[in-house]
Design a protein around this ligand. Structure first.
Ligand SMILES: Cc1cc2nc3c(=O)[nH]c(=O)nc-3n(C[C@H](O)[C@H](O)[C@H](O)COP(=O)(O)OP(=O)(O)OC[C@H]3O[C@@H](n4cnc5c(N)ncnc54)[C@H](O)[C@@H]3O)c2cc1C
Length: 553
């Protein structure tokens, strides 16, 4: 823990220096002594210290100051630091004001000036107050703090980004935490924007984008070289697989992800069917292990950078990043995966992030403790989500379009769901409307067989309803199907003919796209088996095929 602070304020320089000298002599080894020459200056210091979450043990303020009295200063300072002990320095004439302050601002003590000798009149009083403070005030959290409201999509994005990049933070809900609210108010922002992210070094970011947040958190966002043997776009299981094999086989490898490593798998609460983990493991754990492995083997990883375009200038391939940087490589792997489809029913869009979540949104689960939540979808990911949320929610209702769960889900998961008391499965049921002003309050659902519609209270709904491929970055460069999935290997051979503009005297390799040297792996490929193991496997195979390609250029 950093040294706790004693802050003293007085407008008379001589008195201020004398107090500071006496405080330093007795407390200097254990406390940081800070002085201010006016109430306003002291208040500004208090705001900055709060921004850094620095612990203040004691305020020692002179009552008589021209623009802001000691009592006025303490009244404002205690909003930010309610536990800090408060002492007024008074002249005899101020005794009445000091006594009043005991009631109005919870003053702990008042001391008459002069306080000589300090051994008798100052230190015993302060010793008592400080030991009391030390015994009762918990150690402050000295990591990143995110202040905002639960119902803001921006707050959800920032929390999700930090969580997915495995950066610890503390969440401060300004709607229920007065201290946190005062902290945000203290910034005196022209326009109130949330969330506000406080860093231990005192820096504050207001509603930062992912790139600014990543840079401040020390994640790598810029490549160290302009050119690599292989660039991998997307750091989900397929990208991570390619990075591990690429780097371990001596290729100078760069992997780029617009959010965090782990991809969709990183959002999964529990992956039970990945080889080698008999008790299952969380997606975050898998992502962390694979990221560490890829880095140890020498791969470079950029996060919070999207690839916006791909360009071919034979024999090289180039990618453009969202910040405009262009990087070159000898071969490219597109492993950009998919996003789950959105539900286009009335009311749902404006509540996105405010009770409506796509995918598992694990960080939100604890916010819905003892409340009713819904899971839409009937595939494995929906089943895993329902199992996870059932640990927090009072009840989880699964809404499934088909007539039975078992159609889209592994049997082990179906068994787990039916054995979990607080999960109910409604088949042949769909959401037709989401209701709520600032946050989700209810869902209107319809049973397709009976045609019955009912509106049910809902604190949150988690949607797992199909996927859209992330392939815009290669639009017009490589061949895609109508839904946007990338064609590879034999899918590119039509009526025995190779793709247009294909000049090589061989067919495209199994994971090669319509442009030689550009490979695709994982969910973004047409016909991919959407599983972690197959994505990882394809990442590894892409590297093997890429070696074969590189031998020919
Ligand atoms: C909630 C959930 C649970 C699941 N559970 C399981 C399970 O238990 N077992 C199982 O086998 N499978 C499971 N799956 C499926 C599995 O996670 C996916 O098949 C797998 O993650 C696909 O990997 P991928 O690397 O192809 O793509 P993704 O995991 O989608 O990763 C793609 C990455 O590319 C990045 N990206 C996209 N576009 C760009 C761009 N332009 N620039 C830079 N980066 C970009 C994305 O940010 C993302 O990180 C689950 C999926 C979900 C959503």
């Amino acid at each position: 823990m950093p040294k706790p602070i004693i802050l003293t304020v007085d407008d008379e320089p001589q008195v201020l220096n004398a107090v500071e000298r006496d405080l330093r002599r007795h407390y200097g080894s254990e406390y940081r002594i800070i002085k201010a020459s006016s109430g306003q200056e002291a208040l500004e210091a208090v705001r900055q210290l709060k921004g850094r979450n620095a612990p203040i043990a004691l305020f020692l303020a002179d009552q008589r100051m021209p623009t802001m009295s000691g009592t006025e200063f303490l009244a404002e300072a205690r909003v930010l630091y309610p536990e800090t002990r408060k002492v007024l320095l008074t002249a005899y004439a101020d005794t009445e004001a000091a006594i009043q302050s005991i009631n109005t601002i919870g003053l702990d003590h008042y001391l008459m000036k002069p306080w000589d000798p300090p051994e008798q009149t100052l230190y015993p009083v302060l010793d008592d107050l400080l030991s009391d403070w030390l015994a009762t005030v918990p150690l402050p959290y000295d990591g990143i703090r995110v202040a905002g409201t639960l119902w803001s999509p921006s707050c959800h994005r920032v929390k999700d980004f930090l969580a997915r990049n495995r950066i610890p933070y503390k969440w401060l809900d300004i709607e229920i935490d007065g201290e946190a609210n005062a902290l945000v108010e203290g910034l005196k922002l022209e326009e109130r924007r949330l969330p506000v992210v406080f860093f231990p070094d005192g820096d504050v970011l207001v509603d930062p984008d992912n790139l600014a947040l990543a840079q401040k958190c020390g994640l790598q966002t810029q490549a160290t070289q302009p050119f690599y043997d292989v660039i991998i776009v997307g750091a989900g299981p397929a990208g991570l697989g390619a990075a591990v094999y690429g780097a371990s086989e001596g290729l100078h490898t760069l992997m780029i992800d617009r959010e965090a490593t782990g991809g969709q798998a990183g959002t999964s609460s529990r992956i039970e069917n990945y080889l080698g983990f008999p008790r299952g493991l969380s997606g975050a754990d898998l992502a962390q292990r694979a990221t560490a492995q890829a880095k140890r083997l020498g791969a470079e990883i950029l996060t919070a950078q999207a690839v916006t375009g791909v360009r071919v200038e034979d024999p090289y391939r180039f990618v453009t990043l969202s910040d405009g940087t262009e990087l070159g490589c000898r071969a490219l792997v597109i492993a950009t995966g998919v996003t789950v489809r959105t539900l286009g029913v009335p009311g749902i869009e404006k509540l996105n992030g405010a009770g409506v979540y796509y995918g598992a949104a694990l960080t939100e689960a604890a916010n819905y403790r003892d409340q009713p939540v819904f899971v839409v979808g009937g595939a494995n990911s929906a089943g895993q989500g329902a199992m996870f949320f059932s640990q927090y929610a009072s009840k989880v209702t699964m809404l499934v379009r088909s007539s039975a769960l078992v159609k889209g889900m592994s049997q082990y998961l179906v068994d787990q769901i039916y054995n979990t008391e607080n999960i109910e499965v409604l088949t042949r049921t769909e959401v037709v409307e989401a209701k709520g002003k600032d946050r989700l309050e209810a869902l209107t659902i319809v049973n397709k067989d009976a045609g019955e519609t009912q509106t049910v209270p809902a604190a949150a709904v988690f949607l797992f309803i199909g996927a859209v491929p992330h392939s815009d970055l290669v639009a017009g460069v490589v061949e895609r199907n109508r839904a946007g999935f990338i064609l590879t290997g034999q899918d590119l051979i039509r009526d025995g003919r190779r793709p247009k503009n294909w000049k090589l005297k061989r067919d495209p390799f199994a994971l090669e796209t319509s442009v030689p040297g550009i490979f695709a792996a994982g969910d973004v490929r047409q016909g991919a088996v959407r599983r972690v193991a197959s994505a990882v496997g394809q990442g590894a195979i892409a590297i093997n095929l890429l070696h074969q390609y590189l031998k020919t250029v």
